[in-house]
Design a binder for this molecule. Structure first.
Ligand code: NAP
Ligand code: GLV
Length: 310
């Protein structure tokens, strides 16, 4: 196979190319070059936010290996033919990071660690109430690779956990709800964690209608995509006291503009889309395994279902 590495996101593209060449010595791997790369020879591309000209310049592509789990941006790219097999990253070291991220904010809220930071600033020695763990019900939207790992991590610390997914498939340590069970899932949830893919069905799902069904004093953690969230609804629900706060890793506009109100809102914790990064070693190993399987004519996992959009 001839493979082109085309990512406008990685700061070290040559390192990725070197690692792919090492993992796939029997194949040809080259870096996308904006000015002079040969045209029309690549069979596969390894991408994250690839250049818009990719499909016009490489019309022979049969496989697109995405460096991330979410394929919402790729699916919007003009020129992406239905004939190209789109393969997403399955974990690649991200799931454990997503679990760490959620645990950080869950523990910060449930153990009052943010309030203790405020008390320290006043040199005030004041133990707060003991944790009532049963009151910190976690609800994870999305029970896939990321959601299952997040749910299991929270359950391992004895938080009561539920997972909502299309199929309602079981996740160890959590109560599973299928698509029809959304109202029951929300009614038991205090800490709402979003790890859904962004699709036509899930865009704008984090809205006032959902927030109002949560348990009182609820907290939101969004680590999926910014367009899942209706930002004005979040601010309104924070103002009304319906929500106590939110941790947001992803935004409709990234980078988040400097004048965006989220930056200075003390009820909101902002991180710059870093909840889970695909790690080079694991990612390259996974892609190499799939490239070899494709060449042998074997089926691979992680192929995106274009109708479902994930
Ligand atoms: P995945 O394995 O494909 O899992 C997706 C889950 O969402 C599945 O459980 C699926 O249900 C469920 N789902 C999809 N549409 C639904 C709907 N309309 N209603 C209810 N449930 C629905 O994906 P993943 O690897 O866990 O990744 C999830 C997302 O996390 C990615 O798409 C990406 O946007 C985001 N992400 C963000 C970061 C970051 O750094 N912030 C890092 C990695 C990933 P079924 O199980 O029934 O199919
Ligand atoms: C990151 O956001 C991903 O989708 O992998």
């Amino acid at each position: 196979m001839e493979i082109v590495f085309a990512s406008r996101h990685e700061s070290n593209p040559l390192e990725w190319v070197r690692a792919l060449r090492q993992a796939l010595p029997e194949h040809s791997v080259r870096l996308w070059d904006d000015d002079s790369s040969p045209q029309g020879r690549a069979d596969a591309a390894v991408v994250w936010a690839p250049p818009a000209e990719l499909f016009a310049r490489e019309p022979r592509l049969t496989h697109l290996f995405n460096l991330g789990a979410g394929v919402d941006a790729l699916l919007q790219m003009p020129g992406l033919s239905d004939d190209i097999t789109l393969v997403r990253m399955e974990d690649g070291g991200m799931a454990v990071q997503m679990a760490e991220y959620v645990l950080h904010y869950l523990v910060r809220e449930s153990r009052d660690l943010g309030r203790y930071a405020g008390l320290q600033a006043q040199a005030c020695w004041q133990p707060l109430d003991d944790i009532d763990r049963g009151a910190w019900t976690v609800g994870v939207m999305g029970g896939g690779v990321m959601g299952a790992r997040v749910a299991q991590a929270c359950a391992a610390l004895d938080y009561p956990v539920a997972v909502w997914s299309r199929s309602g498939r079981p996740v160890a340590g959590a109560q599973a709800f299928g698509q029809d069970g959304l109202a029951d899932f929300l009614a038991r949830t205090r800490v709402l964690v979003n790890v859904l893919p962004l699709t036509a069905d899930t865009r704008g799902i984090l809205s006032r209608a959902v927030f109002e069904q949560l348990r009182p004093d609820a907290y939101l953690i969004n680590i999926a995509r910014g367009d899942h969230l209706v930002e004005a609804d979040l601010l309104a629900c924070l103002d009304s006291g319906r929500l106590r706060g939110a941790a947001l890793d992803v935004f409709s506009r990234e980078p988040l503009p400097p004048d965006h109100p989220f930056w200075s809102d003390l009820r909101i914790q902002v991180t710059p889309h870093v909840a889970g990064a695909s790690l080079m070693g694991l990612t390259v190993q996974q892609i190499a395994g799939k490239v070899r399987a494709v060449v042998r004519g074997e089926p691979i996992t992680g192929v995106v279902d274009r109708a479902r959009q994930y």
